[in-house]
Design a protein around this ligand. Structure first.
Ligand SMILES: [Zn+2]
Length: 173
């Protein structure tokens, strides 16, 4: 069990710069870059129960891009910690923003929380959606809509109708 927990929380020891490992490139490209359906597994910090699902990341480069294969690695670093879904979402967005100063970053996370399915409200099939929109994705609704269209959320009606992640595991004990 100790070994498992060390692995599941190994994201605390990861060095972000080492993870990205120099995979930052200067290019002349200013269209949206999207990496979608990144599987992740994390543990909620309130109950130490898993929450897991998919993460979608997009950004619009300014002068630099990040190696595409590094984005799932980045998600993994933040997922392998004790987390709340909102923080996980923000940390991914803010790190990308910090490292390559893009024109905008968008991160959407859809997750099933076992603390929701196994206990409490027992909504077996419900999942929570969180998003972080920075720069152009925050300021331009067309850019945001384009991204949301491209990732086509499982949630009927998109982000706004989904369960707030905050309800997933807080405030019921
Ligand atoms: Zn929980």
């Amino acid at each position: 069990m100790e070994k498992a927990l060390r692995f599941l929380t190994s994201g605390y020891d990861a060095d972000i710069d080492q993870v990205i490992n120099g995979a930052l490139f200067t290019v002349n490209y200013s269209e949206m870059v999207i990496v979608k359906d990144i599987d992740f597994y994390s543990l909620c910090e309130h109950h130490l129960l898993p929450f897991f699902g998919k993460c979608h990341v997009a950004y619009i480069p300014s002068t630099r891009v990040i190696g595409l294969s590094k984005i799932p690695r980045l998600v993994e670093v933040f997922a392998r910690r004790l987390q709340v879904q909102e923080r996980l979402t923000n940390q991914i967005a803010e790190t990308i923003s910090e490292k390559i100063a893009p024109l905008g970053v968008a991160v959407v996370v859809e997750a099933t929380h076992l603390c929701m399915s196994m206990r409490g409200v027992q909504k077996q099939n419900s999942f929570a959606v969180t998003s972080a929109m920075l720069g152009a994705f925050r300021n331009h609704s067309r850019t945001r809509m384009e991204f949301l269209e491209l990732i086509k959320l499982r949630a009927a009606g998109g982000v706004s109708n989904a369960t707030s992640a905050g309800l997933a595991c807080v405030g019921d004990d």
